[in-house]
Design a protein around this ligand. Structure first.
Ligand code: BTN
Length: 254
């Protein structure tokens, strides 16, 4: 709290030495009516969750493993936009604290030197036409050295410490992340998605590249030409048709 400058985000913090997943705890708290901006943070997660039901490696004392409960006035269709708000906010925070500028790989992986440094998992509690809360799960690899990653991640993951060559103050980075999350959420609520879209595109490494997108039941290839007002990735296919990718995984092609 020493570093915290926000009005709402992080004013209520639940801290755990060890837990299964901050995401599970945040869901429970949201259900019980936790206030907007409540943060759950843990030193270690025993069953950290990634996107697409993948595990998320969450070693003790090395990273930032946190979930933020937000209650924006949005429809479920607008939820992907909040993920992009978070991606931009974390990018700005990492830039301010370390001087390194991550690039955003759609939708929300932050990469440094093409390796993943941060993942974001967005989950909703919603009725068909109304979001009750969005749980933003944020995992930042901060102070791991390369041999502390499981072998299968060594070639694709990195940490801020590896890239910068020195240890980073996690409390300061958490506070700075919450500052930008609050700032960009307000910007988004006041002025819509356009300013966020511009920021996102300026940090993206995805626009202008040839992409293969794998979705639940289909695969599409094309040139990434932008993101839409809804936060979808637009691909121009070889026959000229435009395809909007709402969620899924992408891979860069030659
Ligand atoms: C991804 O697959 O890229 C998303 C990773 C999200 C990890 C974070 S760590 C804090 C929160 N709790 C979890 O179990 N997962 C998210």
């Amino acid at each position: 709290k020493k570093y915290l400058t926000t009005e709402a985000f992080g004013q209520e913090i639940r801290y755990f030495e060890s837990c299964d997943s901050t995401q599970f705890i945040a869901h429970e708290l949201a259900q019980e009516g936790a206030q907007d901006g409540t943060v759950v943070v843990a030193e270690e997660q025993l069953t950290g969750k990634g996107r697409m039901a993948r595990p998320w490696d969450s070693k003790a004392y090395k990273g930032i493993w946190m979930s933020v409960i937000t209650r924006p006035h949005l429809t479920p269709q607008q939820a992907p936009q909040m993920t992009l708000v978070a991606a931009v906010a974390i990018t700005r925070a990492i830039e301010e604290v370390t001087g390194l500028t991550p690039q955003i790989k759609w939708p929300n992986d932050l990469l440094i030197n093409e390796k993943k440094v941060t993942g974001i998992l967005t989950e909703l509690q919603a009725d068909p036409d109304l979001i009750k809360s969005i749980i933003l799960g944020i995992g930042i690899n901060v102070n791991q050295s390369i041999d502390e990653f499981p072998e299968e991640l060594m070639s694709i993951a990195t940490s801020l410490k590896i890239e910068l060559g020195k240890t980073i103050n996690r409390a300061e980075l958490i506070a700075t992340t919450l500052k930008y999350l609050e700032e960009y959420t307000k910007l988004y609520e006041a002025h819509g998605f356009s300013p966020i879209k511009l920021l996102w595109e300026s940090y993206s490494n995805t626009i202008g590249r040839r992409i293969r997108a794998t979705m639940v039941n289909q695969t599409v290839e094309g040139l990434a030409i932008g993101i839409t007002e809804e936060g979808m990735l637009e691909l121009k296919q070889d026959d000229g048709t435009i395809f909007g990718v709402y969620s899924g995984d992408i891979e860069f092609r030659k």
